[in-house]
Design a protein around this ligand. Structure first.
Ligand SMILES: [Zn+2]
Length: 304
């Protein structure tokens, strides 16, 4: 069962992660109205350093989002590590996720992004096993607490020492059909030292998701997108803006493929400071590509 926001989503939505530099200021409650005024349709509320939003504020943000037709998601605390085998630590993870889904519920948000975790020097297979068991427990506890309508989104991670290759995230998502992968294309690019970029790599990524989860779920994935600098040593270094000339990935080839396949993702831009402006660029690119792929008589797409 999905929430109302998920059910009515027939179009891809676009928005920033957190507060962009050009937000004219004031409280987060003003964010939905501002985003709508500049043409955006999604917002990812950051609880990266902890869930500090009170229930009243959460409800107020939710009301503003509803009024302005802004799709809301939340990012759970960064320090959650599903792959940590320590029992006390795992119980803490459960509490962190439950407090995030509780805030999400108050906001009327339907998706919560969760980092897969770090390896802690363990073998990838072992770490994945731990994370799968931990996620199962978290799902059971979220259901028990009455938050089963909120989708958890395990995220692909940018550092090579982290759990969260595409395949690992898809394995996690196979545990329950409500799980939605958060495919961070900047992270996949950084952890592959720049290889995961361009039409061929993106095609392979989409095909892999479709094979693992089916076409229907693939079309509704949660997307994080930004350019990211990396080192050959460990992958992700830092988030950049779309104007960065050196690093990738570029959004156009991905938009082109997704538009042709009629994908309907939540697109969250994670550029450093320019995430609202770059989200708008993503929206323009995506709809231009979709128009192109729906245009049977255009010169570069002749009808046989
Ligand atoms: Zn993240």
């Amino acid at each position: 069962m999905h929430s109302e926001a998920e059910n009515k989503m027939a179009e891809p939505v676009f928005g920033p992660a957190g507060t962009p530099d050009d937000f004219p200021g004031g409280s987060t409650e003003k964010m939905p109205g501002w985003l709508a005024s500049i043409g955006l349709s999604a917002f990812e509320y950051q609880c990266g350093r902890g869930v500090r939003v009170g229930e009243e504020t959460a409800r107020s943000i939710g009301r503003k989002a509803l009024e302005n037709d802004i799709f809301l998601s939340l990012h759970a605390p960064y320090y959650i590590n599903l792959a940590n085998p320590d029992a006390a630590r795992q119980e803490k993870n459960v509490q962190y996720v439950i407090s995030t889904v509780r805030a999400a519920d108050a906001m009327g948000a339907s998706r919560v992004v969760v980092h897969s975790g770090t390896l802690l020097k363990r073998a990838r297979g072992e770490a994945l096993k731990t994370a799968m068991a931990a996620l199962k427990t978290i799902l059971r506890r979220c259901d028990g607490a009455g938050f089963g309508h909120i989708s958890l989104c395990p995220e692909t991670m940018g550092k090579t020492g982290q759990l969260g290759t595409l395949e690992e995230v898809l394995s996690l998502c196979q545990l329950d059909e409500r799980l939605i992968p958060c495919v961070d294309f900047g992270h996949l690019y950084a952890r592959s030292f720049g290889a995961a970029e361009g039409p061929e790599a993106f095609l392979e990524i989409l095909d892999t998701i479709e094979r693992a989860l089916g076409v229907k779920r693939a079309k509704r994935i949660h997307v994080h997108f930004s350019k990211i600098a990396y080192t050959k040593k460990g992958g992700e270094l830092r988030h950049l803006t779309f104007d960065d000339p050196e690093y990738g990935p570029e959004f156009l080839p991905l938009a082109s493929l997704m538009a042709a396949r009629d994908y309907c993702p939540v697109f969250i831009c994670e550029s450093a400071g320019t995430q609202s402006r770059d989200a708008l660029r993503m929206k323009e690119i995506y709809f231009a590509e979709r128009k192109r792929s729906y245009e049977p008589f255009s010169s570069d797409c002749p009808v046989p």
